[in-house]
Design a protein around this ligand. Structure first.
Ligand SMILES: *[C@@H]1O[C@H](CO)[C@@H](O)[C@H](O)[C@H]1NC(C)=O
Length: 559
């Protein structure tokens, strides 16, 4: 009875909740999307940079697409197309050209040569560029390579680079920061990867990636102008640059007489005189007695008394006839027949083979390990920032999605310049994108609705609690009787108290809901501020630029 009442109450509450909150995911489908005024592109100049690229003048002649084949797989050509063109999705600046990887499921490679190589030994290195994933990204790279000077031949995966930096995503998104370092003794290059790199955003806004390598061997990685990872070139890369001073001697072998058994059989121990190695494990049980019903003289098998010699049996040809043997019928009711044998039991005097006890090995030398020798390729580089000079910048990527877009590439040695670019170029563009995105994706009056549904959620949870409690009290009453139920007194009392509190709650909330229902019936307040960066992730892919929205297209697709 109580349960039914409770269920009904909850049901009606749930229905009420639907009506009050409305279906807040339904969008007004055919309203024309609002226009947002976006700034027009104006060229920005950065004096003194090793590279400053806005792609306003197109690709040629500075940027050269590679038509090489990949070194690691000769059948893979760089057949992805590149273009310098206006951003199509969620543009924040009108007429702003950017470098776009155009082809799906293709290898793309493009590079440019610096007018003059940048030598990080002079004053460190600062690299900053924007990435915009116009079609989002399920699998592909958006990182940049700083190519080691001097540049030789067609750009490919085999082209030596000094630094590789930027986002990459195939499954999980991650940032790459890799630098290649030459071992001054062996002359070999090794790639050193940043450990615990930050996680890049993957929405379709323009995001700004900044790397600084300082002359004190530290580095800093920032996303959208916020520092996300700092550390030391010496300590935060895998494998570490400086090799170990000593290594195991590869020519050292374990001597034949090396004792690495910690314990040995005691050589002085002797077998005790009373140790009988031959004592059997099992012996006849001398205490056992033959059961009374045992028929010692009865054989187990007897001739079948009912058998008869066949009439056509010929003694001359077939030999003497003998009756077939059958189990002795007299043994069936007896404890047993024939000679009685004592059962076996475990021999209390059994000791088995004697073995000397183990003692500590006096000649034990421990685990053998090879001798340590000086590492022949050891060096200690305390000036890791002196990376190989950079002669060019290239993008060499595989991508499943088209529309990976790069813009506003700065390469130089000034953190201040990079920060100024961020403020003057990226920030206004990003703010504009957020405004466009917000206009194309009007949010429902989220505050009022979520407040109402929040209250309802709490109410529902509270009632579920109360009825579970009451239900368990009545279960005990029904199954074990009133005495047991009274033993559950505390619980029962709590349940009743909660029920009372709950009813008061209900009354109060119904009043509150009535007020809210009147409130949400009124016009929804327009969204006044752009969504937080995190908000944009889910929705940005479906948002279109103002150009599209302005053409009267329906821009509010919903997932
Ligand atoms: C290294 O240099 C940079 C830039 O001058 C500075 O911001 C940073 O604090 C320095 N770090 C250390 C550990 O000295």
């Amino acid at each position: 009875m109580t349960e039914m009442l409770g269920t009904l109450l909850l049901l009606s509450l749930a229905l009420q909740a639907r009506r009050v909150c409305g279906d807040d995911t339904a969008a007004p489908a055919d309203e024309p999307a609002p226009k947002v005024a976006i700034p027009a592109f104006t060229p920005y100049s950065v004096p003194g940079a090793a590279l400053w690229e806005q792609f306003a003048g197109g690709l040629e002649p500075a940027w050269k697409r590679s038509l090489a084949t990949k070194a690691d797989k000769a059948e893979n050509r760089y057949d992805g197309e590149w273009a310098a063109e206006d951003v199509a999705e969620l543009a924040g600046v009108a007429g702003d050209k950017a470098l776009v990887a155009k082809s799906e499921a293709r290898h793309h490679a493009i590079s440019t040569q610096l007018g003059q190589p940048l030598d990080p030994a002079q004053g460190g290195l600062v690299l900053q560029y924007e990435v915009k994933l116009q079609n989002k990204l399920s699998c592909g790279g958006a990182y940049v390579k700083l190519l080691t000077a001097p540049l030789r031949g067609e750009f490919s995966d085999a082209t030596p680079y000094t630094v590789m930096f930027g986002p990459d995503k195939c499954g999980e998104a991650k940032m790459h920061l890799i630098f290649r370092h030459r071992n001054p003794v062996s002359g070999e290059y090794t790639e050193h990867h940043l450990m615990q790199p930050p996680v890049p955003p993957t929405d379709s806004m323009s995001h700004l990636y900044t790397l600084a390598v300082f002359t004190n061997n530290t580095f800093s990685v920032a996303i959208d102008g916020t520092e996300r990872r700092t550390g030391s070139l010496l300590d935060d890369f895998e494998p570490p640059v400086n090799p170990p001073k000593e290594i195991d001697d590869p020519d050292d072998t374990k001597p034949a007489d090396w004792e690495d058994d910690a314990s040995i059989p005691d050589p002085d121990a002797e077998k005790p005189d009373d140790w009988d190695e031959d004592a059997p494990l099992m012996v006849p049980d001398e205490d056992a007695v033959m059961p009374k019903g045992w028929l010692v003289d009865e054989p187990l098998m007897v001739e079948d008394p009912s058998a008869e010699k066949p009439a056509d049996w010929d003694d001359d040809e077939d030999g003497d006839w003998a009756a077939p043997m059958v189990p002795n019928p007299r043994c069936e009711s007896a404890d047993g027949c024939g000679p009685w044998e004592r059962p076996q039991k475990r021999n209390p005097g059994y000791k088995g083979k004697w073995a000397p006890p183990l003692i500590d090995n006096p000649r034990y030398k421990g685990e053998w390990a090879p001798r340590r020798i000086d590492n022949p390729v050891y060096f200690e580089d305390r000036e890791l920032y002196r990376l190989s000079a950079v002669g060019g910048v290239g993008f060499e990527l595989w991508t499943m999605q088209s529309g990976i877009t790069f813009d506003n590439i700065y390469l130089g040695d000034s953190v201040a310049t990079a920060a100024q670019i961020a403020d003057d170029v990226w920030k206004p563009k990003h703010d504009s994108e957020l405004a466009v995105h917000a206009a194309l994706n009007p949010k429902p009056p989220a505050k009022a609705a979520s407040a109402a549904s929040g209250v309802l959620e709490q109410l529902r949870a509270r009632f579920a609690e109360i009825f579970t409690s009451i239900h368990s009290f009545y279960s005990v009453l029904r199954e074990a009787g009133p005495a047991a139920a009274l033993r559950e007194e505390a619980r029962g009392a709590a349940a009743s108290a909660m029920a009372a509190v709950g009813l008061a709650w209900l009354a109060w909330n119904v009043l509150l809901l009535a007020r809210l229902a009147i409130g949400t019936g009124a016009a929804a307040p327009a969204r006044a501020h752009p969504p937080a960066a995190g908000d944009s992730d889910a929705d940005a892919a479906t948002a279109s630029s103002t150009a599209r929205a302005g053409a009267g297209k329906t821009a509010t697709k919903r997932k």
